[in-house]
Write a protein that binds this ligand. Sequence first.
Ligand SMILES: [Zn+2]
Length: 365
Amino acid sequence: MIEDKIKTRDELGTLCEHLRASGKKIGFTSGAFDIVHAGHADYLEKAKGICDVLIVGVNSDRSVQSYKGPGRPVVPDAHRVRVVAALESVDYVFLFDERRNRENIGTLRPHYYIKAGDYSHEDLTSRSTAEEYGGEVRLIPVTQSISTTRIIEKIRDGGDETSSRVLDEDGATHITQRPARKAPAVFFDRDGTINEEVLYLHEPEKFRLLPNAAAGIRMFQDMGYRIVIVSNQPGIGMGYFGKEDFYAVNREMLRQLSDVGVLVDKIYFCPHSKSEQCDCRKPGQALIRRAEKDLNIDLTRSVFVGDKTSDMETGRRAGMKIILVNTGFRGEDGEFQGEPDARAEDLLDAASQVLAWERDKAPRV
Ligand SMILES: [Zn+2]
């Protein structure tokens, strides 16, 4: 029965003592589970495969609002907890108010603390909490790019958007039909912002995501931003490498990002050297204008995130908010003047700052 699976955290703490005494391996995981989809079902089934008894913590409405932003969750916690309890792989469910799992892990002391395969600050905290009493962190890679955020977008767009996505030759998802709904975007620079700066990067095996980059992009995606990458690739114009090499690096990036559920809407790039004086090289606006049209982007609510002053200048000319990240060139290239709207340690920090701006703008209830 569904009701029998729903407990309070304290009840489960006591139950876990008995389970441990009888030699059962306890697994614990948590999430919002707002609109349960196939990705959740697969993930929980794999989690159950690791342990004898699977306990799932469901974030309360208050805690979901604190990290997903306004408008979420769609489904209230009393309902979400019942749907999760109805899944065969799940043995027990409880609601919790915090954003982090420290309290949950401390009370349940599971043998396995199970997480989707992405890293963030809080994982490290949870890891040390689990290891304090001899528990273990287990990561399950998320193989499918299904997300509640995308499902909500598809419903809002009348079902058009997701079905009209195709893979581009450069490996980026390409929207063949302009989405009906206007949405803000985050424009990211690639090298030095998303991945480690490597001069004239053109070998996929040298592609390294920066710490918190995937988690940060994922957070922007969850907040409803379209994800766009705009990159200057003068190495192509100067003949150091070819477009195919650039595409190969992109494919590696998209593979690593899709492992954590990030779906990039489109990658734009300028293949020209500076001396060619094109209008697509950042801070030129041609690629921004194309993205605005292709993806129905509301530039006034969009953000540009990069590590160079040319990135800041690009966003500034387009009238976006601009965030300088403390990675790659750290804005020390000296090409353009002016202060960014914010400085961020990494992309997760950038996303957190944008969420804070949105909260300030949101009408008080
Ligand atoms: Zn160009």
